[in-house]
Design a protein around this ligand. Structure first.
Ligand SMILES: [Zn+2]
Length: 138
């Protein structure tokens, strides 16, 4: 998404995809880029409030905000999931239907497991050092 090489009209038009005659968004106000869809497009304004609440306290009002949000892996994942739910990228629509909720639940589980492992790793190392295996007498 950061590179703009995503299946939105602007990129597909640049790549001369036959069924994409224009880079313009269906709203008519700009090229259909990730930035336009996430920050500017009036057609996504209704759900944009939800996205802004999800990424808060980070803001999504300018190119600088957008770039900063995409440099954070968690915020970037949230933004990508939101863009996929906008049904602007037809090749991902089926994947969103199938994996949307499951993918989000899995992401939360993996993140919680990773944070738990990170928080406990120092304690585990100390336990191993403090409790060496008992000597073996033959
Ligand atoms: Zn638009």
């Amino acid at each position: 998404m950061r590179t703009g090489k995503i299946g939105l009209r602007s990129f597909l038009f640049q790549r001369h995809v036959p069924d994409v005659p224009t880079p313009r968004c269906s709203c008519g106000l700009g090229h259909e880029t990730a930035y336009h869809v996430v920050v500017e497009c009036p057609d996504t304004a209704e759900t944009r409030g939800t996205l802004r609440r999800q990424v808060a306290p980070a803001a999504l009002y300018s190119r600088r905000d957008f770039a900063a949000a995409l440099s954070d892996p968690d915020l970037a994942a949230t933004i990508v999931r939101w863009v996929l739910r906008q049904n602007r990228i037809p090749q991902f629509t089926l994947a969103t239907c199938i994996g949307g909720d499951i993918g989000e639940q899995r992401h939360r589980r993996e993140r919680a497991a990773w944070q738990s492992l990170k928080a406990n790793s120092a304690r585990h190392i100390r336990v191993e050092v403090a409790a060496p295996p008992p000597p073996i007498f033959i």
